[in-house]
Ligand binder design. Structure first.
Ligand code: NAG
Ligand code: NAG
Length: 250
């Protein structure tokens, strides 16, 4: 049996991935179902035939024909393209092979949406002289694309905003953090807006200024820092005085 005939026979038998080795030769096919639309309407079926890893023939359902690469591949592609039964079978693979396989994947993975848990927190409480820093965090959402932004009295804030990327948790879920620096004014409304595929509309989370115990924590930190600084000065000063006394004694 010539290789041409063998290849002809094989492509009719092969409707799943097929590999064969004989006498050190290696032949394989690779089927791909490519799509981006969730309703699978843009499904494209590609099948490549490779001999010793070199492409010989390729079928692309959008083109609707076989394309050959080596002399042998070009010859065979012409033969297959002339065979309407074979051609129809390959064109139909979009519906007979790709879509039935893609549907369970769509249902099990791609269409999954998980709502983020959104938390607003104070990073730095502001006062009349220092700007305040507030953080909006969205945790455990899927899929990755998300939009998080700030509103000041209903108007989107574009400056003084810093944001992380969508950070993968490592468990399919993502988190993102956005910070807004602002000078607190009375009766001003600060809100964080989250837009995600899991919501039917943008979700608005209003910021209520930091709880008193948090401010107390910051104050305590200042007291400790000041005490440490004072202690440092005292130690340095005594060291210097001691050194002066010692050197004057010599
Ligand atoms: C299939 O053919 C179409 C039309 O020429 C082209 O746009 C597409 O990129 C091809 N697909 C692949 C995977 O080569
Ligand atoms: C394929 O069909 C074309 C046109 O009908 C013809 O010229 C050609 O010889 C055919 N090729 C093969 C390999 O049968």
């Amino acid at each position: 049996m010539t290789l041409l005939k063998l290849l002809n026979l094989q492509h009719i038998l092969m409707l799943s991935v097929f590999t064969a080795t004989a006498n050190g030769y290696y032949f394989h096919t690779w089927k791909q179902c490519i799509y981006s639309s969730p309703d699978l309407s843009d499904m494209e079926f590609i099948e490549g035939f490779y001999f010793n890893k070199y492409p010989v023939i390729k079928f692309n359902s959008t083109v609707g024909m076989f394309e050959g690469f080596s002399d042998f591949g070009i010859q065979t592609a012409e033969l297959w393209n002339n065979n309407t039964v074979v051609l129809q079978q390959f064109k139909a693979a979009v519906d007979t092979y790709c879509k039935p396989n893609a549907k369970p994947y769509e249902a099990a993975i791609y269409s999954k949406k998980e709502r983020p848990t959104v938390k607003l927190s104070s990073v730095m409480p502001g006062d009349s002289t220092h700007p305040a820093l507030v953080k909006c965090s969205a945790y455990d959402f899927y899929p990755q694309p998300i939009k998080v932004y700030w509103l000041k009295d209903g108007v989107q804030v574009t400056s003084d905003v810093t944001s992380t990327e969508e950070l993968p948790n490592g468990d399919w879920y993502y988190q993102i953090h956005t910070m807004l620096e602002y000078t607190p004014k009375s009766a001003e409304k600060i809100s964080c807006v989250v837009e995600h595929a899991s919501f039917t509309r943008p979700m608005i989370y209003d910021w209520t200024p930091a709880a008193p115990e948090f401010e107390w924590d910051i104050q305590l930190l200042f007291i400790i820092e000041s005490a440490a600084l004072l202690l440092g000065i005292i130690i340095a000063a005594s060291g210097y005085i001691y050194f002066k006394i010692k050197t004057s004694e010599l």
